[in-house]
Design a binder for this molecule. Structure first.
Ligand code: ZN
Length: 76
């Protein structure tokens, strides 16, 4: 009976480790961004952000759709 309880405890522990590992792995990736990733500058507010998170328009980068619209609206 004690052996069965031991196996159950191990199974729960393994399950818990697998479950808690997934977000941890994601956190590590976020903490160590790919060094080769290109950083771009928002034309409207000047904030720096990764190129893949930016919105590009006519070769110009923006941090958000709102800033893209603001910039285009302010164009003569
Ligand atoms: Zn911006």
């Amino acid at each position: 009976m004690g052996k069965l309880l031991f196996i159950v405890v191990i199974a729960v522990l393994v399950y818990w480790i697998i479950r808690t590992r997934k977000p941890n792995k994601k956190q590590i990736i976020e903490l160590l961004p790919d060094a080769s990733e290109d950083m771009v500058c928002c034309e409207h507010c000047g904030i720096h952000l990764p190129e893949n998170e930016s919105i590009a328009s006519q070769g110009i980068f923006f941090c958000s759709e709102e800033h893209r619209q603001n910039y285009l609206n302010s164009e003569p």
